[in-house]
Write a protein that binds this ligand. Structure first.
Ligand code: QZP
Length: 405
């Protein structure tokens, strides 16, 4: 037999645990080490292949044929382990099953439809900022007062959720995003309330539980038109309640933190409020509220010379791809003059965040309210992180502001 002309370099390995508190608290050093180790790194602790460079993360995201979602986008392999909840019809599904739910939600969350919400959301944002300034004064926790308060005021209403139990939304999301990682202390700490939170969320997805004019009702109406089955409708509503709250809360917090620590950027936004959307995307690029998720190889796939065996999990470091110096100039900088489009903070390809326009509208209305009333925003002590296996999340963001004259 002839020898292969290609010289196979061994795939680099790492014993690091990306879900250890040390790395969740400060992921950049591990990201840098993984990017520099090679295009594919075998993580021995979990027996998964890690992608930390932009090129490979992007390539895997758009290749749904070789990298499936149906076996789960967390560490758990749904082909061998029972999922903790009924799999999502969008996130944890592949074509063709994925396509009908995706189309329904894409139409309900499309920009022309959302435009009808923007006036109301702007008014709510203006009122919220006014109240915060009047009642809390110039020093407050921007995480609780703005990043949490605003999405919780507008998004559940837009879905058509009833008023009771909304305090369960963030704990449910925290649990769901932890569940994509390994069963570590972050997961076991929530185990006692998993049943209660799941029961509450599932009950909210029923047609009777939802208002007559909201995203939820429109999902059920799509089922009436035959675009979905009536069994699928509540699960699509559940996707909104899982993916739509914590993500925007921590994305907005990342944006506010970026402005507090980059006063020049705040002044630039005040001069050009039209930059609000770009600012949000640049903050999503730089902080990547969704740090990681997985795919599963459907066949033996070769990535940059490494064979990823059929059935093995591939861990994609979105946060690392979004700061890969091979793709971004001065990647650690929050820079309103750059074009952040192409970042993978919302994913890429057929699963790319279907709610991204909702998130951008929340950011745009909140930032617009803030630039109208705030001259300066600066840190007032160190922010605190909340640790989650998937989300780069916050516990507090103390700021001091100077109200506009
Ligand atoms: C979570 C769902 C980055 C993703 C893991 C966010 C996400 C998207 C969809 C769902 C949950 O459909 O439940």
């Amino acid at each position: 037999m002839s020898e292969s002309p290609v010289i196979d370099l061994p795939t680099p390995t790492s014993a690091a645990d990306p879900f250890a508190a040390e790395h969740l608290e400060n992921p950049e050093p591990l990201h840098r080490a993984l990017r520099e180790a090679g295009p594919v790194v075998h993580l021995t602790r979990y027996n998964v292949h890690a992608l930390a460079r932009y090129r490979e993360v992007h390539a895997a995201l758009v290749d749904w044929q070789n990298f499936q979602s149906g076996a789960g986008v967390g560490l758990a392999d749904f082909r061998r382990e029972k999922p903790w909840r009924t799999p999502s019809l969008l996130l944890e599904a592949d074509p063709p099953h994925h396509d009908a739910p995706r189309r329904v939600l894409r139409e309900i969350l499309a920009p022309p439809v959302l435009r009808r919400l923007s006036e109301t959301w702007q008014r709510v944002a203006d009122e919220l900022v006014e109240t915060v300034l009047a009642e809390r004064g110039p020093r407050f926790d921007a995480f609780e007062a703005l990043a949490v308060a605003f999405p919780l005021r507008v998004f559940p209403d837009a879905v058509g959720l009833g008023p009771e139990g909304r305090e369960n939304l963030l704990p449910y999301g925290n649990m769901a995003f932890n569940a994509f990682g390994p069963v570590n202390e972050l997961v076991t700490a929530d185990a006692h309330r998993a049943g209660g939170l799941t029961t509450w969320v599932n009950a909210r997805c029923a047609r009777e539980a939802l208002g007559e004019d909201g995203f939820g009702a429109r999902i059920w109406a799509a089922a009436d038109r035959g675009e979905l089955t009536h069994e699928q409708a509540p699960l699509v509503v559940r996707s909104l309640l899982t993916a739509g709250v914590d993500t925007t809360v921590h994305g907005l917090a990342a944006t506010l933190h970026a402005f507090a620590t980059h006063p020049d950027s705040w002044q630039r936004l005040r001069e050009r409020p039209g930059l609000a959307r770009v600012a949000f995307d640049e903050a999503v690029r730089r902080q990547s509220p969704v740090q990681t998720f997985f795919r599963t190889a459907t066949t033996d796939v070769t990535i940059a010379g490494t064979v990823v065996p059929e059935g093995s999990k591939v861990l994609m470091f979105l946060g690392s791809a979004n700061r890969d110096p091979a793709r971004w100039t001065d990647p650690d900088r929050f820079d309103l003059t750059r074009d952040p489009s192409g970042h993978v903070g919302f994913g890429m390809g057929i699963h790319q965040c279907v709610g991204q326009h909702v998130a951008r509208l929340e950011a745009e209305t909140l930032l617009t309210a803030l630039v109208r009333k705030v001259d300066r925003i600066e840190p007032d002590g160190d922010p605190r992180r909340h640790l989650n296996n998937t989300l780069r999340s916050w516990a507090s963001l103390p700021v001091r502001i100077r109200p506009a004259a």
